[in-house]
Design a protein around this ligand. Structure first.
Ligand code: NAD
Ligand code: MLT
Length: 527
């Protein structure tokens, strides 16, 4: 398989990839060459400079995984990748410490005019009085976005004896308390109290332009702003206006909208400190990010567990061991239920009983969707794009769990609803490898190993019916591999027969049997 390392990552990461794959380094690739070669690659590793747009993703016809050696995935069009079944995986914790330390470096540089004083002295001036600064000690730090980096920044600021307040819509009051931080209910509370506002949210539709003229007006007079998150969070022209009017005392920026970004009036100001997106640029962070991303890409290309995938249900490795053997069973049940029904599907209910119910079964629910949709869509369906494809088709998935199971250690039941109709199939895993077995269909119970071709009949429960199917299939040259009959619940003396064959059953062969006396329904499904 071919992997393109498009941006600079640590050599350790590149070496790891080289031990398994054919690796190209594309650091100096022109845009034209990149576009032309993109279809060759099974995986790409990028940092923040490469923008994986929907157009580029469409060109990458062989691509299975995009590895983002860093935190933010805002340079990858996730819906476009997901639609194409491409896993996007990042290395979210690899550079959190680096970004937090850089935030503090910027704050100290800003409060003490370090870059300005440095430039002045190396230019031959000894201006001690010009660069009087301010202390962090005793000041209030307002952290917006109290995730990985925000929390690390808070902890470090506390060691400077700053009072830390924070605003994060998705963090519990308990977590704020644990870290000795006061959580603010409203953003304006934080803005009105902080001497230093630091931004640590992702770039989302809600956070773009978070610091605009209105937010600046709500800030304390003389406040300072640090942005080491994403450039788009701050409206630069409003920031310049806030500095110009004297409302703000200074700003430090590591990130900018539309990087590389080198030309803006903000760069001319003496009260502003800037760095060119260096938050993650430490040897340690790059090493971690390179290795973690290379590992994630390797897992994705070799069918392993991609723990940092951002567009696939994340499953912890210890859970994956228990769940993975049931993925094929769930796919087969989904496909069979779809094949035994009328075709259209409105809703999918999946019930997990027994030991499986103790796990996070989202991945198995998605596997059922893969089974239902596969063969029916233009784009191949997989565990990445199945939820999105189901949503686009208005198919609702409901999962239920019950750790109690009378007859089987694990039992998966799939019910497909289409209008008033419902089709139900159930299966289990048998033996040390949890081989998939069908245990019920159309309301009757069996015990039949799944195989590639399966046919199910409903018929009048009377002597000779199994023989008739055998004869008819024999005449059609179809060999029956295994068969099972369920007749316990059939209303009006009906029974259900399920059989597997060594080849696909042609529609006319099925019709021949359905034309025989006593057969009311029959479907053949290729799994
Ligand atoms: P994270 O996901 O751990 O934390 C983000 C926090 O923001 C979460 O707790 C979330 O609840 C909160 N949040 C989201 N929307 C919000 C909103 N509207 N209002 C309030 N809070 C909101 O992310 P992280 O790893 O801490 O990264 C934070 C930022 O830093 C990201 O933008 C990331 O891309 C950026 N980053 C920059 C560099 C750099 O080199 N400058 C390096 C690493 C990360
Ligand atoms: C990140 O999101 O990880 C950072 O912005 C750093 C980077 O992309 O290099």
């Amino acid at each position: 398989m071919k992997v393109l390392v498009k941006e600079k990552i640590a050599d350790t990461g590149v070496d790891l990839l080289r031990s398994r794959f054919d690796v190209d380094l594309g650091l100096d690739m022109s845009d034209e060459e990149f576009r032309a070669k993109l279809p060759e690659y099974d995986a790409i590793l990028i940092r923040s400079a490469t923008k994986m747009t929907p157009e580029l993703i469409d060109l990458a016809t062989n691509m299975k995984v995009i590895g983002r050696a860093g935190t933010g995935v805002d340079n990858v069009d996730i819906p476009a990748a997901t639609r194409r079944g491409i896993i996007v995986a990042n290395a979210p914790e690899s550079n959190s410490v680096a970004a937090a330390e850089h935030t503090l470096a910027l704050a100290l540089a800003l409060f003490r005019n370090v870059p300005q004083a440095h430039s002045s002295l190396v230019a031959g001036r000894w201006d001690r009085s010009k660069f009087k600064g301010a202390e962090l000690y005793g000041k209030t730090l307002g952290v917006i976005g109290f995730g990985r980096i925000g929390q690390l920044v808070a902890k470090r600021a506390q060691s400077f004896d700053m009072e830390v307040i924070a605003y994060d819509k998705f963090v519990s009051a308990e977590r704020f308390r644990e870290l000795g931080v006061e959580g603010c209910e409203e953003l304006t509370d934080l803005l009105g109290r902080a001497d230093l506002v630091t931004l640590h949210t992702p770039k989302t539709p809600e956070t773009i332009g978070l610091i605009d003229a209105e937010a600046i007006a709500a800030m304390k007079d003389g406040a300072r702003v640090v942005n080491c998150a994403r450039g788009e969070l701050v409206v630069l022209d409003d920031l310049v206006a806030g500095l110009e009017s004297g409302k703000l005392a200074g700003a430090a920026l590591d990130v900018f909208p539309g990087e590389p970004f080198t030309d803006h009036p903000i760069f001319q100001r003496g009260d502003v400190v800037v760095t060119p997106h260096l938050g993650a640029s430490t040897a340690e962070a790059q090493d971690r990010a390179g290795v973690v991303t290379a590992e994630q890409v390797t897992e994705a290309l070799t069918g392993g567990v991609v723990t940092n995938a951002v567009n696939i249900a994340a499953v912890r490795p210890e859970q994956m061991e228990a769940l993975a053997p049931f993925v094929p069973l769930c796919e087969k049940l989904g496909r069979l239920a779809q094949g035994l029904g009328q075709g259209s599907v409105d809703r999918v209910a999946v019930e997990f009983r027994g030991k499986l119910a103790a796990y996070d079964t989202r991945l198995l629910g998605i596997a059922v969707l893969v089974g239902i949709l596969s063969g029916n869509t233009e784009t191949p369906v997989n565990l990445v794009n199945a939820p999105q494809m189901a949503e686009e088709r208005g198919i609702e998935l409901i999962e239920t769990k019950d750790t109690g199971s009378e007859d089987f250690t694990e039992l998966v039941t799939v019910r497909l609803g289409s209008g008033d109709e419902e089709v139900e199939v159930a299966g289990t895993g048998v033996g040390p490898k949890n081989e998939p077995y069908l245990v019920s269909a159309w309301g009757e119970s069996f015990y039949l190993p799944f195989a590639e071709h399966i046919t199910v009949f409903r018929y009048a429960d009377q002597p000779g019916m199994i023989g008739r199917v055998g004869t008819a299939f024999g005449e059609e040259g179809v060999n029956i591999v295994s068969a099972a009959v369920g007749a316990e619940h059939g209303g009006g003396g009906d029974a259900v027969m399920a059989l597997t064959t060594d080849a696909a059953v042609r529609p006319d062969a099925l019709q021949t049997i359905l034309g025989l006396d006593g057969f009311s329904l029959g479907r053949s499904v290729d799994l």
